[in-house]
Structure formats: structure tokens, C-alpha cells
Design a protein around this ligand. Sequence first.
Ligand SMILES: [Zn+2]
Length: 175
Amino acid sequence: MSTLEKSSPPLINIEIPFPVPKESIIGIIYGKGSPGHKIYKIKGKIFDLRNAVDIFAPKSTPVLAVDNGKVIKVCKNVTENYPNVFNPANVPEEKEDGNYVAIAHENNLISFYAHLKYKSVCVDKGEKIKKGEKIGEVGNTGLAGVHPKFGKYHLHFYIGKWIGNTFSTFPVKFI
Ligand SMILES: [Zn+2]
């Protein structure tokens, strides 16, 4: 095990623009305020999603890349919503995020945008992306619950990096 793998995630102060137009935001839940933002162990890998953010906005609100980068993963074929986030037992693991886009940036950082509306994802794997470019639209595909105050549609977003076999997310400050 390398020194890097043993160390805690570095504290990175990440300042990025909102991944949706600011004026469309209905509500934001940071980190552990959402039931899905926890540590997952999947096939020997650890995903620490405690710094993920849920941004509620109307259906079809454009989702924008937070920085220049390259698309590394895309899912476009999820048509369903699985509303009960407290009982995810019946949701196929590969469909939990619904339709999503992952973008690689400088410093090995990866940004991730999930629950995108079916047929809205407008980028492909390998594509170069500019900061602020539209990549899809807000939806509720996958395991996306209904919030009593903020409603049915949200973007599940995080930014993080792989350190050894752990994917760590970082707190973000939207500017
Ligand atoms: Zn979330």
C-alpha cells in the first residue's frame, strides 16, 4: 500500500459554478442531509459520497459542466424512477443513479451528474467538454425520491477523486 492510499483524503477547497442555472434552483441539500449520501462498498471498492449535493430544480432544467474536461462515463437508457429511497432493495444496482454523466478534469478530479431526464443526455463518452456546456437536463430517473418541500426533480452531484481503491468526494463551494 502506498503512502497516498494510507493517508486521509486531502482537504481541497473546490470552488465551482452551480451545475444548473442559479435562478432555477428550488433547494439544495448538502452532504449527509440526504439518505443516499453515505459510504458504499461495491465490489471491493469504497465510494465515500458523504459530500454529494442534491440540487432541486424544475424538470428539464439544463445541467451544465462545472469545468473543462472529458466525458469518461455516460448512461442514457434508464426510463424509470424508483421513488422509495428508504427501500432500495428492488432497484437494480446499475440503475440507482438513473441516467448520468461523469467528467474527468485536471488534478484527476471527476464530476458526476445523476438522475438526468430520459433522452436528455447530449454528450458521449470521450467527448471534450467546456465549462458551462450543457450535458443533459434535470430529471428523476433511478433512485430519486420526492422531497416534501423541494419536489420531485433533482440533480445528484458530486466532485471527487480516486485515492487507491477509495473514491472520495469533497465539499464544494458554489460561486
Ligand atoms: Zn444525492
